[in-house]
Design a protein around this ligand. Structure first.
Ligand code: FES
Ligand SMILES: [Fe+2]
Length: 361
């Protein structure tokens, strides 16, 4: 498994940013163990339903807060109280800031140092997201809004998460796709290419692509236009202007160095001229086409060897720049600007002008 050091990305093994850690519909109230960034964490929902994520091991004597089936605290369903979580070993309870606020057998003395590490976590657009930072700092940018999620009255049908499972792949190889002009025809079936560029603006990397397609164009729409962008190292969104307007998500989160979990989802904007079940069925079928297109990338990634240094030719997109942009997340936040300054701007790989009028159609 090739790791971060092999790709010479920086001093942090795991990047700084917002990361998906699960499908919200599958994350219930019971404390459950999640394993990302090489470590166990425990997810639970408080009485209000609010999502919480904490370090897995109790500061008292190291018991695992998520892995126990036999303690009476677990059997008696006493692990979650209000927004707090109780350890199965000696019953110490930690409030939502992580501070211990109850030791059942020590009503008068609670050590100040009895504090459990908590992580910033947000439930949004059907997923649970965490802020990961090797320097333990506050978020340097906001979690994306995924705004179509809240636009059902405008016709948007919400996505459901597709779990692509775990790939033995460094996430850099997924991010490379942003510059990968050359794979569009063999992998994704593009034809009659019109335009391809990338732009970099601090923590955001954008790809704009216009082309015909083997199956997705025709019937008057000859060009499919895609705006694809990363906000931070792991959250890709794309707006596709094809048969229906759609909003795609690809999220990937390191589990260990060189191993990622990957999710995909698609929201679709449909007219209100059909019953809701039909609209949902159409949206799911459209999501499946997007799933199949992404599966073509995953098929390559699942079987390739690591590429430490792409043999970039002039007709390729700017892999080198994408990799420099990506390094900002693997280095101390104070150094991020150095990487941003090296790449900020636009690189046009193919064509001269974007068919802007088609984008708005
Ligand atoms: S180890 Fe958690 S309360 Fe003792
Ligand atoms: Fe791709």
């Amino acid at each position: 498994m090739a790791g971060t050091q092999d790709y010479k990305l920086g001093s942090h093994i795991f990047p700084r940013g917002w990361f998906m850690i699960g499908d919200a519909s599958k994350m219930g109230a019971e404390p459950t163990t999640v394993h990302f960034f090489g470590k166990d964490m425990v997810f639970y929902r408080g009485a209000s339903g609010k999502a919480h994520l904490v370090h897995a091991y109790c500061p008292h004597m190291g018991a695992h807060l998520g892995r126990n089936n036999t303690s009476y605290i677990v059997r008696d369903n006493e692990r979650v109280e209000g927004e707090a979580i109780r350890c199965p070993f000696h019953g110490w309870r930690f409030n939502e800031t992580g501070q211990c606020d109850d030791i059942p057998y020590s009503p008068d003395f609670i050590p100040k140092a009895a504090c459990l590490k908590t992580y910033t976590v947000i439930e949004r657009a059907g997923a649970i997201w965490m802020w990961h930072d090797p320097e333990d700092g506050a978020p340097t940018h906001d979690l994306p809004a995924f705004d179509c999620w809240d636009k059902e009255e405008e016709g948007w049908v919400r996505w459901v998460m597709d779990d692509f499972g775990i790939l033995d792949l460094h996430p850099l190889e997924i991010v490379d796709n942003m510059a990968d002009f050359g794979h569009m025809t063999p992998i994704h079936g593009s034809r009659d290419l019109v335009y391809f560029d990338n732009s970099f603006e601090d923590h955001v990397c954008v790809q704009r692509f216009d082309a015909g397609h083997r199956t997705l164009t025709g019937n008057g729409a000859e060009v499919l236009s895609l705006d694809t962008w990363y906000e931070g190292p792991s959250i890709l969104q794309a707006k596709m202007y094809g048969a229906h307007p759609s909003h795609m998500l690809i999220a990937h989160t390191p589990i260990e160095d060189g191993r990622v979990q990957v999710w995909h989802a698609l929201m679709v904007k449909l007219p209100f001229d059909a019953p809701q079940e039909e609209r949902v069925a159409t949206a799911r079928a459209y999501q499946k086409t997007s799933f199949d297109a992404f599966a073509q990338d995953v098929d390559i990634w699942s079987n390739k060897e690591a590429c430490f240094n792409p043999m970039q030719i002039p007709a390729d997109g700017p892999y080198g720049k994408v990799r420099i942009w990506y390094r900002q997340f693997y280095n101390p936040r104070a150094e991020a600007e150095t990487f941003q300054k090296r790449v900020n701007g636009t690189v046009v790989t193919y064509g001269t002008e974007r068919p802007a009028e088609l984008v708005e159609a």
